[in-house]
Write a protein that binds this ligand. Structure first.
Ligand code: HEC
Ligand code: HEC
Length: 351
């Protein structure tokens, strides 16, 4: 009886992705009842995603930093920024983002609808005033017609803008990777090298302790002590960004904050100091550089990091003692095994 209770409790604690340590093939994303997917809404969201009106100076769209040609990221260590400012974190891919329970490296947003307004308002990203944006979009007859079709009337609100963008983001799914075919019964879907890498991922490398489920992510935050980039620590523009975000999140000592506090910023729980979200590994070959601050340019470097037992002083990882051949097999699994069919996208005509 006691055992059954423990099993039930265990199930409650697990993320929607499935059982700890078990990988799952791709499937459709969950859609919230308040924002059902329709073809017209997805199309509207796509236009808004590519529309530079969403930024204060009209230079930047969501696609600037989540570029379809760069795996819906921007290929930079730390992401692009509003002129005269500098961003402080790496732009994550938006592929499979709809599977995530928490958004942002520190998990400060819970839904795509909520998240979409952050970059528009952010002083160091799009720096747009949302009251102004609503009026701006209302002046475009094509948009008013589309809002009417999608939402029943032509009222352009920030909530509707976010709903449409979120609907578009839910279409960005990695499908038909060799791993998916392998998990659904095609024993030869992974090349011999990738198969060896898969075995290391599941076994000696202990990667699946945190990277599991359909998204190869546990929806949790871990303190791996990825090192800071010294150049970033010296840049006053990044210091301003970091302190600004910390101030918004009521971090008392924000003026002297000299590094990225990670999840601590949100929870103020000591255990979350420099904890970051486990990212998806889907399409990982196309979304370098890696980690919240883009400190690693290649997957080989990331594997080296884990093989060494993670960053200095961390208490979650241990050295793995992988041989050079095993490290390479692991890299091949990540590169080949998790790359799906190319995502097709027809670029919209922004009105
Ligand atoms: C100037 C670059 C930039 C622009 C423009 C931008 N983003 Fe981002 N985006 C980022 C960065 C950097 C992060 C990570 C920030 C963090 O974790 O604190 C991020 C995070 C996200 C996430 C969370 C992903 C995850 O895995 O947690 C989503 C979703 C997202 N952006 C969607 C959008 C949408 C929608 C737009 C347009 C309304 C947009 N972004 C505009 C740089 C940008
Ligand atoms: C204790 C949990 C944990 C384990 C075990 C773990 N990871 Fe991670 N992984 C993370 C977290 C958390 C991050 C993000 C760290 C950051 O941004 O600072 C990450 C980041 C990564 C990234 C970079 C992803 C990106 O988009 O930036 C790769 C690649 C990766 N892990 C692969 C692996 C491999 C391969 C293994 C096994 C050798 C492994 N991980 C083991 C938690 C874990």
């Amino acid at each position: 009886m006691r055992r059954i209770i423990w099993i039930l409790l265990g199930l409650l604690c697990l993320p929607a992705g499935g059982f700890a340590g078990q990988l799952e093939p791709c499937r459709d994303v969950p859609v919230p009842a308040q924002n059902p997917q329709t073809a017209a809404k997805i199309e509207l969201g796509k236009k808004l995603f590519f529309d530079r009106r969403l930024s204060g100076d009209g230079t930047t769209s969501c696609a600037t930093c989540h570029n379809p040609e760069q795996g819906y990221s921007d290929g930079l260590e730390i992401s692009l920024n509003y002129p005269t400012t500098r961003n402080w974190r790496n732009s994550p891919t938006l592929i499979n983002v709809a599977f995530q329970k928490y958004l942002f490296h520190d998990g400060r947003a819970a839904t795509l609808e909520e998240q979409a307004l952050f970059p528009m308002m952010s002083a160091f990203e799009m720096n747009q005033n949302l009251d102004f944006l609503e009026e701006e979009i209302r002046t475009v007859p094509e948009y008013v017609a589309e809002f009417t079709e999608v939402f029943g009337d032509g009222d352009v609100t920030r909530e509707r803008i976010a709903m449409a963008i979120a609907a578009f983001e839910r279409t960005l799914i990695s499908r038909d990777a060799p791993l998916d075919r392998f998990l659904t019964g095609d024993a030869s879907a992974l090349s011999p090298e990738a198969l060896k890498g898969y075995e290391i991922f599941m076994g000696k490398g202990k990667c699946a302790a945190c990277h599991f489920g359909v998204n190869l992510a546990d929806d949790r935050f871990h303190v791996l002590n990825v090192r800071e980039n010294p150049e970033h620590l010296q840049d006053p523009r990044i210091a301003a960004t970091r302190r600004f975000v910390a101030k918004v999140y009521h971090f008392e000592e924000y003026r002297t904050l000299a590094e990225d506090p990670g999840r601590y910023l949100i929870t103020k729980d000591r255990q979350d100091w420099k904890a970051f979200k486990t990212p998806t590994l889907r399409e990982i070959a196309g979304t370098a550089p890696y980690m919240h601050n883009g400190i690693y340019a290649t997957l080989a470097e990331v594997i080296e990091f884990f093989n060494a037992g993670g960053g200095q002083g961390n208490t979650v990882l241990q050295p793995l003692q992988l041989t050079p051949m095993e490290k390479d097999q692991l890299r091949v699994f990540l590169e080949e095994g998790l790359t799906g069919a190319p995502l097709t996208l027809t670029y919209p005509k922004v009105p």
